[in-house]
Write a protein that binds this ligand. Structure first.
Ligand SMILES: CC(C)(COP(=O)(O)OP(=O)(O)OC[C@H]1O[C@@H](n2cnc3c(N)ncnc32)[C@H](O)[C@@H]1OP(=O)(O)O)[C@@H](O)C(=O)NCCC(=O)NCCS
Length: 172
């Protein structure tokens, strides 16, 4: 596809997911998972879950990826991450996950966790690259085929103190 061949990272925008994104989000979701979330699942997350934050990666007005996290006390729990198959391998998944990590740090989270299918080596590689480590198994976690989940955790750096402005002071 010409648009992908002429990949232009400068045209990529990360922004909060909105209800009007859901048609496109669901296309990516259905192309990415054997047991995709329903529209209602996303609506509930966006409208009712005060702990949830979802971000989309938009490229020339097309949603090509998204990711979400629950911010609960000092932990971030990654709930979903997917990149449209046409756009994989361009570090979009990494960009989305780094964005979630920065969001968690900004909210004062000290660590993040997620579950991933034991067979999903690609996603596990992404998570390990960004500092997640496997700590345990949830037996039969996935209801479609009773596959086990690998539970992964990552420690986050402390958030930077808020910038202070001292009149007349040096910026350094
Ligand atoms: C997992 C997913 C989000 C990765 O997105 P992506 O944009 O293709 O991945 P990136 O280009 O950001 O790759 C980041 C790292 O992931 C790993 N990775 C990505 N593609 C890989 C592949 N085909 N084989 C092995 N490792 C791979 C690598 O460690 C890579 O880093 P590197 O390029 O420096 O080697 C994407 O494959 C996807 O949507 N999969 C279906 C949905 C899914 O499984 N989500 C996770 C549920 S837990």
């Amino acid at each position: 596809m010409a648009m992908v061949e002429a990949w232009d990272p400068a045209a990529l925008v990360l922004r909060p997911m909105q209800l009007r994104d859901l048609d496109q989000v669901l296309q990516v979701e259905r192309r990415s998972f054997s047991a995709p979330w329903s529209r209602q699942a996303f609506v509930t997350e966006l409208v009712e879950n005060q702990f949830a934050r979802y971000v989309v990666a938009e490229y020339h007005n097309r949603v090509i990826g998204y990711a979400g996290v629950w911010l609960i006390l000092d932990e971030g729990h990654v709930t979903n991450i997917a990149v449209d198959p046409e756009f994989r391998g361009r570090h979009l998944g990494e960009t989305l996950l780094r964005h979630l990590m920065a969001l968690c740090v900004a909210h004062g989270a000290a660590r993040m966790t997620l579950e991933v299918r034991v067979s999903n080596a690609v996603a596990q590689n992404l998570y390990r690259k960004l500092g997640f480590a496997g700590v345990g198994i949830r037996k039969g976690y996935y209801t479609d085929n009773r596959e086990d989940a690998l539970i992964m955790w990552a420690d986050l750096p402390p958030s930077a103190p808020p910038a202070t402005h001292q009149p007349g002071g040096s910026a350094r």
